[in-house]
Design a binder for this molecule. Structure first.
Ligand code: GLP
Length: 263
């Protein structure tokens, strides 16, 4: 007789918020990532053809690795799901190490066995970025997106919607803030372009569910104005509170320590 794996539910505590339906705090980043992975696995088990928008970045790597393990173990099948980008640098060759196509190939498309026709890629080499943004926007409008998985970045940006981006924005070419460019150099050791194609804030708000994930003190600082400051385009992630009933925020305890008190 083999050993039976004992699965204990992950412990967390909830923060109540006037607009956001669920804010869960897990003791560590590993447990947060595991809970996020489980959220996405449950969604696909219930909706095997779900269209999902995937954030890139370091936050999501352990999440996607956990899902890949679940797929390998036969717990869930993502092969009928549709996978969408949140954003891509522009101009950007998919062979560049900072390309989000490359990231998605490595962490999502291949391990999740997503078929070629279900990989919806933003073309960082398109001759006209406005035409590419509009093509991608049309794709997003053609079907309901079941889930947008988001991280949060400098200036409380979501995707590459930097401070000042209107909440009604659709997929567009964005100019990156100096803070974001510096983050890429310092945290990722990358010289990235000054522009990016990005889903707009309205594309994100139109999805059926939104899952925002953050770990660590720095992310706590981005979340503080997001949760407790005014809902304002200077804090792009605060837009999520307009649709707070469909937003889940999963964070680790370290991020939670930096949220401060309600304003
Ligand atoms: C970038 C991306 C976002 C990502 C965020 C967080 O700016 N445009 O989509 O969610 O950074 O990245 P990380 O998880 O590496 O901190």
């Amino acid at each position: 007789m083999g050993l039976k794996e004992i699965i204990t539910p992950l412990s967390y505590f909830e923060i109540t918020h006037p607009e956001i339906s669920s804010i869960r705090v897990y003791p560590s980043r590993e447990e947060t990532a595991q809970a996020v992975a489980q959220f996405i696995i449950d969604l696909v088990q219930n909706n095997p053809e779900a269209a999902i928008t995937y954030a890139t970045g370091n936050t999501m790597i352990p999440v996607y690795q956990r899902i890949a393990e679940a797929i390998k173990g036969g717990e869930v099948n993502f092969s009928q799901t549709k996978a969408f980008h949140l954003d891509e640098y522009y101009p950007c060759d998919p062979c560049e190490s900072h390309s989000f196509v490359q990231y998605l190939n490595q962490y999502v498309f291949e391990p999740f066995q997503i078929t070629e026709e279900n990989r919806f890629i933003m073309n960082g080499l398109a001759a006209d970025p406005q035409v590419e943004a509009s093509r991608y926007n049309t794709l997003l409008k053609q079907q309901p997106i079941a889930l947008a998985i988001l991280g949060i970045g400098p200036g409380s940006h979501i995707a590459f919607n930097e401070q000042g981006t209107p909440f009604e924005s659709e997929t567009h070419l964005a100019r990156l803030s100096q803070e974001t460019i510096t983050r890429d150099q310092v945290e990722r050791g990358q010289e990235t372009p000054e522009h990016a194609l990005t889903q707009g804030i309205n594309n994100i708000l139109e999805t059926e569910q939104i899952l925002l994930v953050a770990y660590g003190a720095g992310k706590g600082e981005y979340l503080k104005p997001t949760l407790w400051g005014p809902i304002d385009s200077q804090v792009p992630a605060s837009a999520l509170r307009l649709k707070g009933e469909k937003v889940s925020l999963y964070i680790d305890n370290e991020a939670a320590q930096h949220l401060g008190n309600r304003a």
